[in-house]
Design a binder for this molecule. Structure first.
Ligand code: SF4
Ligand code: SF4
Ligand code: F3S
Length: 361
């Protein structure tokens, strides 16, 4: 069977470029410099693990992200090196033959195969709101997970419930870790997650048979160990108190900080500001759009630029936010509102929903 090194050569990727990639990956994961060579040696001889990709309540954005990296990159070669035996969006097979491929992969690599999941799992009304081949997402997950080595929950929907779980959560959507407690679940949140993060974790698994070190939310510390704000190129403006007041004012055009426009960078743990997107070209803040906090739990309900359709107009009026804005002297209403919303994210509490619930709304 063709190994990973041969795949690189076939794709015209030099040994030097491959070693550089391994060194960069080791650095990104905060491993010692010697780990780069260990990464390279392990990847070259890495076995080809079976991966079953399950898509539940999702929008296909996570799959889009991982398949739209620039070609040919080492990242997508690693992705293509795995034996992707089942993937609703990418597989050619359909119907019975697709389901047979899944059960054959499970038997062939019992206890060794990986599951990647994108999407949340709806539990309400027996899970009827998302079924595949007549089987509820919950039953499919439970059956497929029983002999898996580990589960990688890609995207905020799978990691934390994401948009399907947002208020009023009509389908009773939950995260993968709410349902699977007897297997390692690695969360790679983001809406979608950064492709390099997905392939980096896969590469680590290929090379060493384990996930990188995880934080308390089961996210790899290497990619989620710092906030965007820590590494944002607009940070000097924040430190000087220079904020854009609208998306098209002179300050915005001069690249000043977007905090007063709702940027959630200070409370969002992700690597967007360093790894970036589209072959390290850009990330939302570079485009003049503040961070939505898309890789944090409850990011949609916690507020920001967009208001959930399910909420009444001006949800912060007469709530905790206005009480706090009245008591914080010397800062603008906009900044106070941002502080309230950011505190809500930090505590993983949807403050708007909580306030409405308190008032019986
Ligand atoms: Fe789509 Fe975002 Fe959910 Fe991924 S995390 S499936 S991109 S809504
Ligand atoms: Fe922080 Fe956002 Fe301002 Fe960047 S734009 S410095 S992440 S608040
Ligand atoms: Fe998401 Fe913020 Fe990055 S919105 S893509 S975590 S900049």
């Amino acid at each position: 069977m063709i190994n990973l090194a041969e795949r690189f050569l076939d794709a015209g990727i030099s040994r030097r470029a491959f070693l550089q990639y391994c060194a960069q990956l080791a650095a990104l994961m905060a491993l010692p410099p010697s780990a780069g060579r260990a990464f390279a040696e392990a990847l070259i001889t890495a076995p080809r693990p079976s991966v079953i990709w399950l898509s539940f309540q999702e929008c296909t954005g996570c799959t889009e992200a991982i398949t739209r990296s620039h070609s040919p990159t080492i990242e997508n070669l690693i992705f293509s090196h795995i034996s992707l035996d089942y993937h609703h969006t990418l597989q050619a097979a359909a119907g019975d033959s697709a389901e047979i491929a899944r059960s054959e992969a499970m038997q062939r690599q019992r206890g060794k195969y990986l599951i990647v999941v994108d999407g949340a799992v709806p539990l309400k009304d027996g899970g009827i709101y998302s079924t595949i081949a007549g089987v509820s997402n919950y039953d499919l997950l439970r059956e497929t997970a029983k002999d898996a080595a580990a589960i990688i929950a890609v995207g905020s929907c799978a990691a934390f419930g994401g948009l399907p779980k947002a208020n009023p959560n009509p389908t009773g959507a939950v995260a993968i870790s709410d349902l699977i407690q007897d297997k390692p679940v690695i969360n790679l949140p983001g809406c979608p997650p950064i492709p390099v993060v997905m392939t980096g974790v896969l590469a680590h698994y290929l090379a060493f048979g384990t996930s990188p070190a995880l934080d308390r939310l089961s996210r790899p510390k290497a990619f989620y160990g710092e906030t965007l704000h820590d590494r944002c190129y607009r940070r000097p403006f924040y430190d000087q108190g220079k904020f854009a007041k609208s998306f098209d004012d002179l300050a915005a055009r001069q690249g000043w900080c977007l905090f007063e426009l709702g940027c959630k960078g200070p409370v969002t743990s992700n690597s967007c500001a360093t790894i970036k997107w589209n072959d390290s070209t850009s990330f939302p803040i570079s485009s003049g759009h503040g961070c939505l906090g898309c890789s944090e739990p409850n990011f949609w309900d916690a507020g920001g630029f967009y208001r959930a359709l399910s909420l009444p107009a001006d949800p912060l009026e007469n709530t905790t936010a206005s009480a706090i804005t009245g008591t914080i002297a010397g800062i603008s209403v906009a900044v106070a509102n941002r502080l309230v919303q950011n505190t809500a994210i930090l505590e993983h509490q949807p403050v708007i929903v909580t306030d409405l619930e308190k008032s019986g709304g």
